[in-house]
Design a protein around this ligand. Structure first.
Ligand code: COA
Length: 258
């Protein structure tokens, strides 16, 4: 049982709701710890096929890291705080099962960073995205300076980071920061619709796709080598045999994730 998040398995989709609406779902350390625990579980829980991360209420997805916990930091604890966030967000980004952010309002600072660590993003029309850390004498500490560039390019990222400007859902969609806009009432439904489509594919191929795409951004790895290796592994899977046989037999493939 968690205190700061809700986690409910809805037909194979684990819906994680950051649940501190009175603080606009700001990520304090206790919430991050619970998020880490629940995402770690997703890696091995065969009952979970995909994940949706959203925020409680209709105002905020996540309004940032919890600013109340920033006082009294020194260089060492500051680095530790950022590293801890990085570790958790990498766990989300490298999850072999698809993770979609359903952004239902403010996604600022750590909230924008959390959304960007997910594989895909859908947002409601009232969503607002921004990295306002320079207002606090800070920079993003949970990967924002890197993932914003990856998603929207250097020029746009630099402007948002330097000015703290917030962008709305429509601008975020134009920038490629989010994949889709859906009304708040349909937001989780839209994320589920995308997941349901992904669930019809071979699960190991989905995991291999995620690993190969993220290899592109890993300086220590050659993404082309990763693709070659993942391809090699997949041709030995039962789902590869099933997928290719089903194609030849002109029927729908029945994947088992093996
Ligand atoms: N950390 C801690 N508490 C936060 C928070 C954060 N990042 N964002 C909002 N809250 C709290 C507020 O302190 C307030 O708590 P209180 O009622 O106990 O005083 C509550 O959430 C509601 O926020 P409030 O500011 O009153 O709402 P608003 O509608 O006037 O403004 C925002 C909404 C999102 C514009 C504003 O809350 C904000 O700027 N938040 C901080 C955003 C930020 O800088 N994030 C990056 C952090 S690294």
């Amino acid at each position: 049982m968690y205190e700061n998040i809700l986690a409910e398995n809805q037909n194979g989709v684990l819906v994680i709701t950051i649940n501190r609406p009175a603080k606009l779902n700001a990520l304090n350390q206790a919430t991050l710890k619970e998020l880490k625990e629940v995402i770690t579980g997703v890696y091995t829980d065969t009952a979970v096929k995909g994940v949706i991360i959203t925020g409680a209420g209709e105002k905020a997805f996540v309004a940032g890291a919890d600013i109340a916990e920033f006082s009294g930091l020194n260089a060492e604890t500051g680095r530790g705080l950022a590293q801890n966030g990085h570790d958790i967000f990498f766990l989300i980004e490298r999850c072999p099962k698809p993770v979609i952010a359903a952004v239902n309002g403010f996604a600022l600072g750590g909230g924008c960073e959390l959304a960007m660590a997910c594989h895909l993003r859908v947002a409601s029309p009232n969503a607002k995205f921004g990295q306002p850390e320079v207002n606090l004498g800070l920079i993003p500490g949970y990967g924002g300076t890197q993932r914003l560039i990856q998603l929207i390019g250097k020029g746009r990222a630099m402007e948002l980071l330097l000015t703290s400007d917030m962008i709305n859902a429509e601008q975020a969609h134009n920038f490629g920061l989010i994949n889709h806009i859906a009304e708040q009432a349909d937001l989780v439904g839209k994320a589920k619709e995308i997941l349901e489509k992904i669930f019809t594919k071979a699960p190991l191929a989905i995991g291999a796709t995620i690993a190969s795409v993220y290899a592109y951004f890993d300086n220590a790895t050659n993404g082309f080598d990763t693709e070659v290796n993942e391809f090699g592994k997949l041709v030995e899977t039962a789902d590869f045999v099933e997928g290719t046989t089903a194609f030849v037999e002109k029927r729908k493939a029945e994947f088992t994730g093996k």
